[in-house]
Design a protein around this ligand. Sequence first.
Ligand code: SF4
Ligand code: SF4
Length: 300
Amino acid sequence: MAKKIYETPMLDELENGPWPSFISGIKKLRDEHPDERIQDVTSSLLGQLEHSYETRKGYWKGGTVSVFGYGGGIIPRFSEVGSAFPESKEFHTIRVQPPAGNHYTTAMLRQLGDSWEKWGSGLQTFHGQTGNIMFIGTTTENTQHFFDEINDYGWDLGGAGPCVRTAMSCVGASRCEMSCANEHGIHRHLVNNFTDDVHRPALPYKFKFKVSGCPNDCQNAIERADMAIIGTWRDDMKVDQEEVKNYINAKGENGRQYYIDNMVSRCPTNALCLNDDDTLTVDNRNCVRCMHCLNVMPKA
Ligand code: SF4
Ligand code: SF4
């Protein structure tokens, strides 16, 4: 039977801006995916979404959905207008923990994508605000099948609800010269210690760990975590004076003034001094390790 296509004039407006539109992505699944089940689910989803926009009301309600042995990791979504949009009446989201530093292989990504197209809607997000891989839209029954399949090849559910949430770490030492910590080792240690508290919510509120390898804090740990773990250095900052001069010379005759204006005078604790001979002195006792000078002159 040909799938039902809903009129979506309001959603169509969301495709007119300069940015990629999630509506175009859902329509692509509806119109081009070879599996009729996915076409039907995504078409129904678009119908409900348009209905929400028309009536200015959300129609998803929560509930309890889990997989055997777990108490969290699934965000249940049941539709209050399921009789009008039956193919998407159950549309649960499954949170899956990413690898430390978000290091994937293409084979891993293909495997996950294939399993999700088999058991879910095909919609997924790398990564949600929580850091999890978000597999968006499946039925209660298929939640268990999907989990069993990906768990067999090594993936585990993330946290949802009042529990220890999925830990996150920056890309760190494997790719980044600023790293001052073993981010992925710390991340792994946290996962191993708190797995039970991630899967079985037992806290009055959620609790998040995030690990950044240096105070640049690419993980936004300070803003987004309950416990931020930030790598830093213990000894005095080393300065390569030749590289300092190279930076200054590369800017031409205004080089010295450029680095006074943009680096020395922007040190939050006035811990930098550019000497007359273009060498740099750091007052290590007053350095608060903000990373600014290291970001301006990374080689020095
Ligand atoms: S937080 Fe620091 S170590 Fe981690 S990726 Fe960012 S700059 Fe690199
Ligand atoms: S790291 Fe920050 S506080 Fe320390 S010397 Fe450099 S700019 Fe100043």
